[in-house]
Design a protein around this ligand. Sequence first.
Ligand code: NAD
Length: 260
Amino acid sequence: MLQGKVALVTGSTSGIGLGCAEALAAAGARVMLHGSRDAASAESLRADLAARHGVDVRYLQADAADGAAVRGLVEATSSAFGQLDILVNNAGIQHVAPIEEFPLEKWDQIIAINLSAVFHGSRAAIPGMKARGWGRIINIASAHSLVASPYKSAYVSAKHGVLGFTKTAALEVAQHGITVNAICPGYVLTPLVEKQIPDTARARGITEEQVKRDVLLAAQPTKEFATGEQIGDLAVFLSTDSGAAITGTALPMDGGWTAQ
Ligand code: NAD
């Protein structure tokens, strides 16, 4: 389906990013994996993905909090494969705390990784996509691009920002065969969510089991977590020609959360 295409997925050594990389590779795209760990420790993951799907899979390390490093990552991907067709801006972090206690450096880090990296990656990718008259930018945003939750001020601000950026970018590149969309997952049981369970329990004074049942899945009428595989499949669909008319959108995959 995506033979001949090259995809870069940021933050793809775990969770949703890995789900997207897996689905894109399964659809025939060549894939650049990215993460914060060094190449040696990502090697078995890279080799496994390449072998199972029979496609060229590579890996680059870069700090998503550093704008120049993110632009460099996109440029290095284009040089390595000779093109970059699909950019999945996925890397993200979370921190849960009341505003008045929110660590200042965490605010800056979340805005840098969850929001500014989307700008830097897109800025570097758009010229090549325009030159070839085809491109897909898929931002892994969040249900928190559409609604808020307490104690997540930086994350909700960054994710609302990602949606604003998505709409703006979509308008700017609409006549160049490039689409820009935001996938807005509800809760997915990944390391990012698992890490925030103890913090949420502490902030609300409840147990970790209560956080899962009464906080996380309380918002999702299906009472099911979304999965990285489902999100990867939507990224693939957006990357096909059938997805060409979908641009500038927020696509919730949240089990009905934002319908309420
Ligand atoms: P995750 O922790 O498994 O993945 C995040 C990835 O980003 C990791 O691979 C991590 O290495 C990478 N990353 C973080 N900081 C980095 C840095 N400074 N430099 C390089 N890489 C860095 O979590 P996930 O849940 O798969 O999150 C992926 C995306 O999905 C995030 O943008 C997150 O906000 C979004 N999201 C997650 C959920 C959920 O419930 N899990 C819901 C909605 C949106």
